[in-house]
Design a protein around this ligand. Structure first.
Ligand code: NDP
Length: 281
């Protein structure tokens, strides 16, 4: 059985839109500032998709497309201005940034209350303490997929492969908050396949195409594939060899149409949540 990320993200976007309309009727128009530095083609596509999603969700987007040679000071000045603006609820700086700009400094310059990507150390700290704050969109989307597909997390063996700050670590934290028994694997993990075969819920976020095969999976496991790779023939694939693993899994996310669409849906969700705070909710 497939966990359909397109359908679930569609539901979430509809909920976000209803909430945005309701906020508008109370005089608050949710707004996201999207900042792009340079002309990386992949980043330009991501930014375009985020702006389109804003439109679909009744969120106003403001776009700042800055030249490659923008200095760190100039970018920080823009962020400072957006931080101060009452009518901006979320600030998103598309990564990666050009090499002369320090991403950590920029991430930390965004006010945590407007950090709808959930990358600011304050939001990361809140997540690890189980306090409310913005959560990185991809792992937050995975939790929604599991919940909305009726997957029970409490007490389950959850294995996350990957420990990046934007996917693996927050994913592990969220599964822990949902009472899973969580193991995090990475490139130094020994006998990886032995560990993944214990998983009732496996989250693959290794960034390697078709890395996991049927032998790495327990019969009946729920398999969440976060990876996205473009193959030579132009098709997309994930970190999981879908054709091999799907018959053995009880539920699996496809690529494309799995985790991918969830990330933007959760970004939109974070924006309206931020706007709701303007109503002191
Ligand atoms: P990173 O490259 O930052 O992290 C990859 C992780 O996998 C690292 O922790 C690394 O370990 C681990 N790893 C690498 N090789 C192995 C191995 N052989 N065995 C075990 N662990 C290994 O990637 P991200 O977390 O940013 O992204 C992961 C995947 O998800 C990518 O394919 C990316 O494109 C995709 N992605 C998809 C999104 C979506 O919207 N669907 C959003 C974000 C990412 P170590 O720490 O030891 O180096």
């Amino acid at each position: 059985m497939i966990i359909d990320g397109k359908e679930i993200s569609g539901q979430i976007k509809k909920e976000v839109r209803d909430r945005a309309e309701e906020l508008k009727s109370r005089g608050v128009e949710p707004a996201l500032a999207v900042v792009l530095v340079g002309s990386d083609p992949a980043s330009a596509v991501y930014v375009r998709n985020k702006k389109k999603a804003c439109e679909a969700c009744s969120i106003r987007s403001e776009s700042y497309e800055l030249p490659e040679e923008t200095t760190q000071e100039e970018l920080l000045a823009l962020i400072a201005e957006l931080n101060e603006r009452e009518d901006i609820d979320g600030i998103l700086v598309q990564l990666p940034l050009p090499k002369h700009i320090d991403e950590q400094t920029v991430t930390e310059a965004i006010r945590p209350e407007k950090d709808v990507d959930g990358f600011h150390p304050v939001n990361v700290g809140k997540l690890s303490m189980g306090l409310p704050g913005f959560v990185s969109c991809t792992p937050a989307g995975v939790i929604q997929m599991l919940k909305r597909s009726g997957v029970e997390i409490t007490g389950k063996e959850c294995v996350v492969v990957g420990r990046s700050n934007i996917v693996g670590k927050p994913m592990a934290m969220l599964l822990l908050l949902e009472n899973g028994t969580v193991t995090v694997c990475h490139s130094r993990t020994k006998n990886l396949s032995e560990v993944t075969r214990r998983a009732d819920i496996l989250v693959a976020a290794v960034g390697k195409p078709k890395f996991f095969h049927a032998d790495d999976i327990k019969e009946g496991a729920v398999v969440i594939d976060v990876g996205i790779h473009r193959m030579e023939d132009g098709h997309l694939c994930g970190d999981v060899d879908y054709a091999d693993v799907a018959p053995k899994a009880s539920l699996i996310t496809p690529v494309p149409g799995g985790v991918g669409p969830m990330t933007i849906a959760m970004l939109m969700h974070n924006c309206v949540e931020s706007a709701a705070r303007r109503c002191h909710e």
